[in-house]
Design a protein. Structure first.
Length: 278
């Protein structure tokens, strides 16, 4: 069973404070979000009978200091051969220019250590260079990519510009890999939060805002010829300040939901925000 970190944390991957870029830059909300996880569907060939869990996601930082992400996902699977618990912990720091990215992902299965991915990625003239410390000390390189916060800024900017379909190449540090991930994005028009929206109470003041429906399909490697089936895809609701919610994550033989249950908007670096907008 493959648990993709990016499918959960990219939504994530990704939420920052004031985006860099000068006057008119998009302001994102530093925040702490809690999501309840549940099984949506399991295919006939799946040995998953049920799952439940919780995902705690916190993003802070600014265009002056860079962006910090901390995420923990705990899921309990009821399998045909018995229960299993997965605990994934992700932390990262991305500089304000999106040029340097430090990452650490640790995974535990049934409270026993399973794997670790740590290192530093840099954007250089030749492309993206990754210095892994774990699971082994090795360097990999490939064509230029977006790191998580830069990828979210790109998504919001393209949505605002009216682009409804585009592709991007990302690296988020959740897996040990020698190739990036191609993401195909479909972005919808702004919609209001309906009164019967199941996450309305958790949104608080954001219930008065609009959101865009987004679907992201992920492909291993840099190339997809349009005929491939994605490794997984994620549909979610994206608010203008970067908050993401009501996620449906579809894998090959099962799908799961991540529903917002708690949301706390954290303090902005107001001095930095003023300087950036100035």
């Amino acid at each position: 069973m493959r648990l993709s970190g990016y499918a959960l944390s990219v939504l994530v991957p990704l939420l920052g404070a004031t985006a860099a870029g000068g006057a008119g830059a998009q302001t994102l909300a530093p925040h702490r979000a809690v999501y309840d996880l549940a099984l949506a569907d399991a295919g006939d060939d799946s040995d998953i009978m049920q799952l439940a869990g919780r995902w705690v996601f916190e993003f802070s930082g600014s265009a002056c200091q860079g962006y910090t992400l901390n995420s923990r996902i705990v899921m309990r699977f009821e399998m045909s051969d018995g229960p299993s618990t997965i605990d994934q912990r992700v932390s990262s720091f991305e500089d304000a220019k999106g040029e340097t990215f430090r990452f650490s992902t640790k995974s535990f299965i049934d409270q026993e250590f399973d794997s670790e991915v740590t290192g530093v990625a840099r954007l250089e003239p030749s492309g993206t260079v990754i210095d892994y410390d774990a699971p082994e000390d090795v360097e990999h390189s490939f064509a230029s990519t977006k790191f998580p916060t830069a990828q979210l800024r790109e998504l919001l900017q393209k949505a605002k510009a009216g682009e409804r379909f585009y592709e991007t190449v990302i690296f988020d540090g959740t897996e040990f890999t020698d190739e990036p991930v191609l993401v195909s994005m479909v972005v919808g028009s702004p919609k209001p939060v309906e009164k019967d929206d199941l996450e309305r109470d958790a949104l608080g003041v954001l219930a008065q805002d609009t959101f865009r429906p987004v679907t992201a399909a992920y492909f291993d490697g840099e190339g997809a010829d349009g005929e491939e089936t994605s490794d997984y895809n994620v549909s979610f609701k994206l608010h203008e300040n970067g908050v993401q919610r009501d996620m449906l994550i579809r894998y090959e033989n099962y799908s799961m939901t991540a529903r917002l249950s708690e949301l706390t908007i954290l303090d902005n670096d107001e001095k930095c925000e003023a300087e950036t907008r100035g």
